[in-house]
Design a binder for this molecule. Structure first.
Ligand SMILES: N[C@@H](CCC(=O)N[C@@H](CS)C(=O)NCC(=O)O)C(=O)O
Length: 209
């Protein structure tokens, strides 16, 4: 039995979708702000979500590592078999979405955080604008890729990379619908992912239905 630590609509959403998709038994632990500032630091060094506790008690963190572990441990149509060239491409895109898009969005959030007192407000705002422009450029790369790939991140059918893509689009500014209009290929992937029964359940659990 896994234990997934998360916050609604945050980085636990993608891993939760994948757990539901593969039918792996898990307990969802929703964390409060106090939890994340306190005891949870022993589980995740930065107090970030998500973290996944394995059956032996050890903790996996980093959302892309969690998704990869779940799909490797519970083989399904959502990911190629570990060790194959197709799996290398799977890892490439999953890692890229995490390292490039998720992290760049986090940098923008950091600059826009009301509690941030580094430098002056005007410099923070113009830096945040530049970082948001980079996020847009990264989504443009995904949009072009989807135009050539067959419709989904790994080709003609849905994979866990598409679930992960759906998750990171949730945090776009000014809102995710503006992204789907600007990038219709991404909008189509998100619609297809969201129509899946397992995902619809997770969206409802995250107050997104
Ligand atoms: N690289 C990490 C990033 C995780 C992350 O940034 N999580 C955010 C939520 S989406 C978080 O917990 N932030 C802490 C906070 O804002 O207090 C991963 O992929 O798991």
């Amino acid at each position: 039995m896994y234990k997934l630590y998360g916050v609604k609509k945050w980085g636990s959403l993608g891993p939760q979708c994948v757990l539901e998709e593969v039918g792996a038994p898990y307990e969802m632990v929703w964390l409060s702000l106090e939890d994340r500032r306190g005891p949870y630091r022993k589980i995740n060094p930065l107090g970030y979500v998500p973290s996944l506790q394995l059956a032996d008690g050890r903790i996996v963190f980093e959302s892309s590592a969690i998704v990869t572990h779940i799909t490797d441990a519970h083989p399904s149509d959502l990911a190629p078999r570990s060790g194959t060239p197709d799996h290398a491409i799977y890892l490439t895109w999953l890692t890229w979405l995490n390292a490039e898009i998720y992290s760049t969005m986090n940098a923008a959030e950091f600059l826009e955080d009301e509690g941030n007192t580094v430098g002056d407000a005007a410099s923070r705002a113009s830096l945040a604008e530049a970082v948001r422009a980079k996020v847009d450029a990264l989504f443009n790369i995904v949009e072009r890729h989807l135009g050539q790939s067959g419709g989904f991140m790994l080709g003609r059918s849905v994979s866990a990379v598409d679930h992960y893509l759906m998750m990171v689009t949730l945090w776009t500014r000014p809102n995710r619908r503006a992204l789907y209009e600007r990038c219709p290929n991404i909008g189509r992937v998100v619609a297809a992912v969201n129509a899946r029964q397992a995902v619809a359940k997770v969206l409802a659990l995250n107050d997104l239905a």
